[in-house]
Design a protein. Structure first.
Length: 317
């Protein structure tokens, strides 16, 4: 999304009201993996501690219908949405036919389409469809460069080899179709299992034609996630290696956000630090700490609407 477009949409809001520039759709919160640092699974663990057992079949009953989600795409286009993100608290391809239908609908309007996936549920025929429809971008959740670590984090044996196989098939299909789309990127949670193996992750990204890696600070939702948190010594070691990792990423032409990482703030205290900074700002739209409410609509799997995945939606939405 270009900065000029974002600014123009904010100007429209200042004049009155405007539709969202980006619409984020969560087809489901169900997932075939059980990642250690996942906030959705952390919530389920807390519920089970209170005696409430998680039932994926019951959750599926509360998901927005495929028909309504397709209508949502059309309505978003009417509101002048330019970009769509299909993601969620789970794996979109748990509802494969619905997700592929949404992707096809989005591209029929020539809108920009982005998708977040763990990459394990794709079949060759799905990949062919995705390349043929000229889907724009896929963000793969890759949390380690090796199967032993990736599978440990995901709590499912064999998932790394499956996603690697699919990434290589996407590369092959793009070459066959002479297409640059979809652009492949990685989202990687920065953990104590990979902080010293980032060079290997960059090399793996280059091998499968991934263009960039976004390293995401770990949020310690519970004790399970806290097991992956970097300690002070590990943060210090990583800080010393960042220049070396940046040289490798430049050489292999894999972009990263490594130079922008702030390792001085504890993951669990980020909200506290941000709130402190926000209080220092003037209270007007020009000094807003976040413009997502003016640009972004998120529709959750149960139909609730909000502007940010970190903010609870209201039932009336």
């Amino acid at each position: 999304m270009e900065m000029e477009e974002r600014l123009e949409r904010i100007k429209e809001w200042i004049k009155g009201k405007a539709g969202p520039l980006l619409v984020e759709i969560w087809p489901t919160n169900r997932c075939n993996l059980n990642c250690m640092m996942c906030g959705t699974w952390a919530t389920r663990r807390k519920m089970e501690e209170r005696g409430i057992k998680y039932d994926p079949a019951e959750e599926a009953k509360n998901e927005v219908s495929e028909k309504r989600l397709v209508e949502l795409v059309k309505e978003s286009i009417e509101l002048d949405a330019k970009e769509f993100l299909i993601t969620g608290g789970g794996e979109p391809f748990m509802r494969k036919s619905t997700t592929l239908r949404l992707m096809d609908e989005i591209k029929s309007f020539d809108a920009f389409g982005n998708l977040n996936t763990n990459g394990t549920l794709l079949k060759k025929e799905d990949i062919k469809k995705i390349v043929e429809m000229k889907w724009d971008m896929i963000m793969f959740s890759i949390n380690a460069p090796f199967a032993s670590i990736h599978d440990k984090i995901a709590n499912v044996k064999g998932c790394f080899e499956k996603v690697k196989e699919n990434l290589l098939f996407i590369k092959k299909e793009k070459k066959r179709m002479k297409s640059e789309r979809p652009k492949i990127v990685f989202n990687t949670v920065l953990s104590n299992l990979i902080y010293d193996k980032i060079d290997k992750l960059i090399e793996f990204a280059s091998y499968v034609d991934c263009e960039s890696i976004t390293f995401i600070p770990l949020i310690p939702y519970d004790e399970q996630a806290r097991k992956l948190e970097l300690n002070k010594k590990e943060k210090k070691e990583l800080s010393k290696k960042i220049k070396e990792f940046l040289k490798i990423s430049e050489k292999l032409r894999v972009n990263t956000n490594l130079k922008d990482l702030d390792l001085s703030v504890s993951s669990g205290k980020m909200n506290e630090v941000m709130l402190r900074e926000i209080k220092k700002m003037p209270n007007d739209i020009f000094h807003s700490p976040c413009y997502e409410p003016f640009l972004h609509l998120l529709v959750k799997a149960n139909g609730e609407a909000t502007f940010c995945c970190m903010v609870e939606g209201s039932p009336e939405n």
